[in-house]
Design a protein around this ligand. Structure first.
Ligand code: NAD
Length: 442
């Protein structure tokens, strides 16, 4: 079929997709608002413009990425020309979550199509308005045998996973990631698993506290904390804690006013089930700021929690909401005791002016990616691979890496016929000594 071999056709469909998204951008923004009051600014910054930029970048670079890459040949194969061909896997399944429901369904799709695959997308059942607009855009852009959206919940997802795929790209929770990995194992299907984790945010005694507070408030409370790479908990050097809390209160108020419930810039929890899960984590005795909730609107205020017990409910699993526990440390041992309690996180953040401290943390802990003196923004650089490690995920994507994710790298040696060295052929007789010498030399 043409999309497998015809790069121009792939490019044409991606241009069509780009134009369709641009035409429907307002509808997408409205759908995201209707799903969980995602503010228009955040919808543009983290969803539509992100996908548009990924599309433009892919369209621009597609020929370069798709071209067979010539590599140095091995002397043993002399004379030859050696290449890596980028082959589409075939049938790709993309399963997406609800928190960035447009971007996390569309970005992998762009690269899967660019790489020449046939794709089925299963968007989240929790953000029905966005899923509907995704289905409409895809139906307008692609032939159904090329890209299809299948909407539905867990049963639909399970049914899709029971089928045979050539690649599965899953974004979601760790428990469902394990289900996906098990289903993929049945047919030895390669997977990318973009999962979550408990992301530490470490602040030492040298940090610029005011700026740290500003950047943490943004990274934590954007999308009402429902971001896989949001700081999950703060580890702050003991002497800095009180001042930091004061700055955090100021920054939350500066961003969302005295009544965040009335702020047009603050999203809601996606549904009552998640609202109930999160409100159960709020221990009123430990709340130092926020704590207000409203079930009818799935509202939870940006909330700071003074936490000292790492066995508390809020410190058990990924929070994935606007609750921020603040823990203090006095020594490296304190820090290590907390961070090493959890599986390898998707992100880690360090606020410090001490370069040695920052490099030690980066070298001593395994995590997907992160920032020094900021939060979340590593996501925005297409030249950085985005993905987890261990329980936070398998594989990475963004930019040219996404194209590679959806391409099998096929190695080809193009052997010339003008010379055929006799060394490797039997009978070997007295060739052993010569080949040993030759192999040492090579
Ligand atoms: P989820 O795992 O509950 O659902 C994700 C998708 O899997 C949905 O489409 C859902 O229909 C499907 N699904 C759910 N249960 C299933 C089952 N038993 N069998 C088969 N399919 C099933 O995740 P979510 O609640 O949509 O998203 C939140 C999680 O996703 C958080 O843990 C977050 O950290 C993670 N996440 C990770 C990234 C990343 O890029 N690493 C991005 C966003 C979200």
């Amino acid at each position: 079929m043409s999309y497998k071999t015809n790069i121009e056709y792939r490019k044409e469909t991606l241009i069509k997709l780009l134009n369709t998204i641009i035409i429907h951008e307002d509808e997408i923004i409205k759908a995201l608002y209707d799903d969980f009051k995602k503010p228009a600014f955040e919808a543009v910054l983290t969803e539509t413009s992100y996908v548009i930029s990924e599309l433009k970048d892919t369209i621009k670079n597609l020929n370069k990425w798709a071209k067979p890459k010539r590599v140095f040949p091995s002397l043993l194969n002399f004379p030859s020309k050696d290449y890596i061909y980028k082959d589409p896997y075939g049938k790709v399944l993309i399963i997406a979550p609800w928190n960035y429901p447009f971007q996390l369904a569309l970005c992998p799709l762009v690269s899967a199509v660019a790489a020449g695959n046939q794709v089925v997308i299963k968007p989240s059942e929790l953000t029905l308005n966005t899923s509907a607009i995704i289905a409409k855009i895809i139906a307008k852009t692609f032939h159904v045998n090329h890209v299809e959206v299948i909407q539905g919940g867990v049963d639909v997802s399970k049914n899709l996973l029971s089928q045979r795929w050539d690649y599965i790209f899953f974004t979601g929770s760790v428990p469902v990631g394990k289900i996906v990995a098990q289903a993929a194992a049945e047919h030895l299907t390669p997977v990318t698993l973009e999962l979550g984790g408990k992301n530490p945010c470490i602040i030492d005694e040298t940090a610029n506290l005011k700026l740290a507070a500003k950047r943490i408030v943004w990274g934590k409370f954007i999308n009402a904390g429902q971001t896989c790479i949001a700081p999950d908990y703060i580890m702050i050097q003991k002497d800095m804690k009180n001042k930091f809390i004061e700055y955090m209160k100021e920054e939350i108020t500066a961003a969302y006013g005295n009544k965040p419930e009335e702020s047009p810039d603050y999203a809601r929890i996606v549904n009552v089930k998640n609202w109930t899960r999160l409100t159960a984590m709020i221990d009123n005795d430990k709340v130092i700021f926020g704590g207000q909730t409203n079930e009818s609107d799935c509202y939870i205020a940006p909330t700071l929690i003074d936490e000292s017990d790492i066995d508390s409910l809020i410190m058990k699993d990924e929070i994935f909401g606007p609750l921020l526990p603040i823990l203090e440390y006095s020594s490296g041992a304190d820090l290590h005791a907390v961070i090493s309690k959890y599986e390898k996180p998707l992100s880690l953040y360090i606020f410090t002016e001490n370069k040695t401290f920052a490099s030690e943390i980066i070298q001593n802990y395994s995590f997907g990616g992160g920032c020094i003196n900021d939060t979340v923004v590593h996501f925005s650089n297409k030249r950085l691979p985005f993905g987890g490690v261990g329980h936070s995920g398998i594989g990475a994507y963004h930019g040219s890496l996404s194209f590679d994710t959806f391409s099998h790298k096929k190695s080809i040696v193009k052997k010339a016929n003008w010379l055929d060295l006799p060394m490797r052929y039997a009978p070997y007789k007295d060739k052993l000594t010569t080949i040993k010498k030759l192999l040492k030399w090579i």
